[in-house]
Design a protein around this ligand. Sequence first.
Ligand SMILES: [Zn+2]
Length: 264
Amino acid sequence: MTVGPRSGLSPGGLWLDSSAPLPAARHTNTVHPHVKKLLELQKVDQEISSLTKDIDALPAEEAKRRKKLDELERVLNERRARLQKTELDSRALDKAVRGSDDEIKRLNERLNIVRNNAEYQATLFQIEAVRKDRDVTQDECLKLLEACETQKAETATAESAWSEEKKVFDAFLAEADKLRQSRAGGIAAARERRKPMTEGIPEDLLREYDGLYKTREHQAVCPVEKSYCQGCYNKITMNDTAKLLGGSAVVRCGSCQRILYLTR
Ligand SMILES: [Zn+2]
């Protein structure tokens, strides 16, 4: 068996192949201690985010539903007010009709005591005028009574629409409360666990992390695989790869600014 300088059995019995990565490279691939801490912090933050996700959406959902309910209430109040006005108007007209009836009765009685024909004719004329007015008023009154019936039905429709929505809204509020209560314990516990985890991380790096966490879909620290940032899938430079292998500097992706680490 021929043993060449770059292949064959090493003294330790390991088969060396020039195309395989140098074992030494794996051992020097240590993640920077601050990045390691940030990665642990990020796991807890992601846990908190998933626990608060639905809860954070609740106020906007509540506002949207409340707006819908308020609109239905506004329509209901408008219809109630309109119906009330129509009822009052119709009552006033009815009173006017009865007033005219009384007046006609009084004028008819006067016919029996008039002293001459001219007075008699004048009274007849007056009766006719009052009767004409009375009939017009009564027609108006009947129209309003008809309108009342339509408006009553419309008000009832608005009332049931509002009360249906109110039931849905109250059920939503109860569900939201239940969700908040069920998550409260888990969220508080995770936040408590997070507190000591920021210790030893420089303040400006922590601020940078917080900003990235918010703006980069809850992934501020992300792995590099086969030289590609797994946050934005852009290739990172040889220089950055070397720095990551060294593990002595915090390296950011040149494209998305995420804080990087090597997975292997
Ligand atoms: Zn990136």
